[in-house]
Write a protein that binds this ligand. Structure first.
Ligand code: GDP
Ligand code: IMO
Ligand code: MG
Length: 428
């Protein structure tokens, strides 16, 4: 059976969680293939709200197998905390949650390295502070990386940490700004405790997933972050350290790309970004401006860090770039309700770069930084659209706005979202 991928086409927080939750009902597996607890995916069911960070959104449904793929980086205390929080909220989590033995492990020295690196004003990326970058560095560097499966072998883990931690302490001290030092044996004891909790969930997930495909099961891949944060194709260096595009599925889960036959690109009806980096359509127009209005109505504050998200107009140049790279079949337009009440809306259809008009996306941050948006003005609408359940319920201006975005991208619309609840969804 073919697999589907839900992928964000902006800088994250496009409301992927909501769509994964809706589609999860029809899938046997929901799989995360990249990132870690830097993600924050929100699901709203009536008066219940869940925010998943490290765990796949499918974990809310006991009949779905939720898999943390080998491409994910796992901080065990966070894994335990999220599982326990769900259990205390009445969600049963057991054999339905699986973590790859090849996923890499985040240790406190990763977070410390990130804290020290981010303290340097010039080098600051504005990360989530979850140890993501340093852990992926250790994975790619091979020497210091520890996979989740290694936590289950006490003697081996102690030897590994006794080799790694002295190096880490020297590296951290070299930052020269009051670094913490770590004790290998203490860390080992701590992680062996976590390993007891993790053990029943650890498995050979590429085998599990490929066997499932062979048996005709349905798999849904849940990307974390957004395509503009992809390590290769995003706005480097203001990106995350993994492949958030669907190209991350094969290395990050062991499921061959050919198995993925449907890719759904998720877009907010406007644009947001957390952290540093270029953002051509940013609305930096003060406390009484449209940017702040959208931030307030859209509750645009980070799920993970609580930081106010930067807000801007819909950037069709960026979206066309990511829709192409992600090879999306269809798009979903989310948070359309947030734009209600604005007299007119703007869509960025081109950039001015050094006096020249361009319609392609220069993904180098240093060039993108110099791009000025060319904005098309379209009429807004004043009606509250949160109760709309079909396209015909939307005011003509809202329908035109959706059609304009779909038209520029040349993609069909699979979902239009008019509120956080899973019921506040239009399937055209
Ligand atoms: P993700 O990281 O892509 O899963 O997105 P987040 O969960 O970080 O951010 C999306 C936010 O928008 C969450 O707070 C959702 O509950 C909320 N949300 C989702 N869809 C809609 C919508 O159509 N309208 C409004 N107003 N909020 C929405
Ligand atoms: P979801 O899955 C929005 C951003 C950070 C920072 C950059 C690097 O909820 O869409 P990192 O901690 O990954 O090294 O930070 O990436 N970032 C996100 N922004 N949504 C996310 O995830 C993000 N995950 C990372 O703010 O700019
Ligand atoms: Mg999020």
């Amino acid at each position: 059976m073919p697999a589907t991928c839900v992928v964000g086409l902006q800088w994250g927080d496009e409301a992927k969680g909501k769509i994964v939750d809706i589609l999860g009902d029809k899938h046997d597996f929901v799989v995360r293939y990249n990132g870690g607890a830097n993600a924050g995916h929100t699901v709203v069911w009536g008066d219940r709200k869940f925010a998943l960070s490290l765990l796949p959104t499918g974990v809310l449904k006991p009949h779905v197998k939720s898999v943390i793929g080998n491409g994910v980086v796992v901080y065990p205390p966070r894994f335990i905390e999220e599982v326990e929080k769900l259990r205390s909220g009445g969600v049963s989590v057991g054999a339905n949650l699986v973590v790859s033995e090849h996923a890499h492990t985040i240790f406190p020295y990763h977070m410390e390295e990130e804290r020290l690196a981010e303290a340097d004003g010039d080098g600051k990326i504005g990360t989530t502070g979850r140890g993501i970058g340093p852990c992926y560095q250790d994975k790619v560097g091979r020497r210091f990386g520890v996979r989740v499966g290694e936590l289950l072998h006490p003697k081996h883990l102690r030897e590994r940490l006794n080799y790694i931690v002295p190096f880490k302490n020297r590296i951290l001290a070299a930052f020269g700004i009051g670094a913490k030092a770590f004790d290998a044996n203490q860390l080992c004891d701590e992680y062996l405790g976590y390993a007891e909790f993790l053990k029943p969930h650890v498995a050979d997930t590429p085998k599990l997933l490929n066997d499932a495909l062979a048996a005709g099961k349905n798999i849904l891949f849940e990307a974390a972050q957004g395509s503009l944060l992809d390590i290769d194709h995003g706005t480097f260096p203001y990106v995350t350290s993994s492949s958030s595009l669907p190209s991350g599925i094969w290395p990050g889960s062991g499921v061959p790309a050919r198995a993925v036959s449907r890719i759904i690109g998720i877009l907010k009806a406007y644009t947001t970004r957390v952290g540093r980096g270029p953002f051509p359509t940013e609305l930096d127009d003060g406390p009484d401006g449209i940017g702040n209005r959208i931030r307030t109505i859209g509750r645009e504050f980070g799920t993970v860090t609580g930081r106010p998200r930067r807000v801007g107009w819909f950037d069709a140049v960026a979206a066309r770039y990511t829709a192409t790279l992600a090879d999306v079949d269809v798009i979903s337009i989310m948070l359309l309700d947030v734009l209600s009440g604005l007299k007119e809306l703007k869509i960025c259809t081109a950039y001015e770069l050094d006096g020249e008009r361009i319609t392609h996306f220069p993904s180098d941050s240093f060039r993108l930084e110099r791009c000025k948006p060319v904005l098309e003005t379209v009429p807004g609408w004043s009606e509250d659209i949160t109760t709309a359940r079909k396209l015909a319920d939307l005011p003509a201006a809202a329908r035109n706005y959706v059609d304009r975005i779909a038209g520029i991208l040349g993609k069909k619309v699979a979902f239009v979202s008019v509120g956080p609840d899973r019921d506040q969804t239009i399937v055209p």
